[in-house]
Design a protein around this ligand. Sequence first.
Ligand SMILES: [Zn+2]
Length: 189
Amino acid sequence: MNANENITSEEIETLAQVTHDAIFNGCLDYENLERHIEDYGIDVYYNSETDVDGYLRFADNKPRIVVKNYDNPNYAKRQRFTMAHELGHLILHRNWEQGKEVDSSNDELLEVTLYRGGEYPLEIDDERERQANQFAGAFLMPRRDVAQVLQQHAGDGKMSMDVAKKVIASHFKVSEAAAFMRLKTLLQR
Ligand SMILES: [Zn+2]
């Protein structure tokens, strides 16, 4: 599977936001990401045996996101980031659309996200991985909503990066590391 070399970072932002709106459909209960993804036509499975963080495959004519089962609620944020990352591969690199027929005759394994030491894949220099991570950040924390949340908290005043990171992490139910990476990405633009 190749990186989508024609897609710009701005297009990833837009696609991720459109996907966010379609998947959450106005019901912004971020902790229920798994259910929303399933309602959207993508199966989510847990695997206790795997030693990778997650992977993507087609099975039973549906895309299937598989995440490592940690049996520990402390890993829920990490698992949601992995789901969003695999969703990114599906949308960006397989051009999957809701309701589209898929040929799963080979039960094809599409993408594997290797075990990550921190919040982000180790193979970050891979363009495809970078694109999936940007999608995941933009999907979990759309630019429009980040701006709105920060404005609500800051009012007319200024906010330090440390406070902003905590506000965003708490609002979007992501780790502070993921919130920090997202804010850095948005500030670089
Ligand atoms: Zn990946």
